[in-house]
Design a protein around this ligand. Structure first.
Ligand code: FES
Length: 76
C-alpha cells in the first residue's frame, strides 16, 4: 500500500527502513521523504512506524536480556 503519494513511499519501504534501524518519523522524513510535501500521510506513516517498532520490541528485548543476564561472560 502506498502511504505517501507525494513521494511514492509504501508501507513495505517503511518496514524495510525500520528493519534497517530507523526508529523515528524524523529519520523516515530525512531518508524516505515521508510527509515532506503535503503532510497528509504523516499519521498513517506514524502508525506503520509504531506497528513495526511494536513488533520488533520482543526480539530486541530478548537479545538485551540474553546479553545482560548471561552469568559466565568472561572479559577478553
Ligand atoms: S502524501 Fe506524503 S507528503 Fe503528501
Amino acid at each position: 500500500m502506498i502511504v505517501c503519494v507525494c513521494n511514492n513511499v509504501s508501507d513495505r519501504k517503511i518496514r524495510q527502513a525500520v528493519d534497517s534501524g530507523m526508529t523515528s518519523m524524523a529519520q523516515l522524513r530525512e531518508n524516505l521523504g515521508v510527509a515532506t510535501c503535503c503532510g497528509k500521510c504523516h499519521s498513517c506513516a506514524k502508525s506503520v512506524l509504531r506497528e513495526c517498532l511494536d513488533k520488533r520490541t520482543p526480539a530486541a528485548l530478548h537479545h538485551v536480556h540474553a546479553l545482560v543476564f548471561q552469568p559466565n561472560i568472561q572479559a577478553a
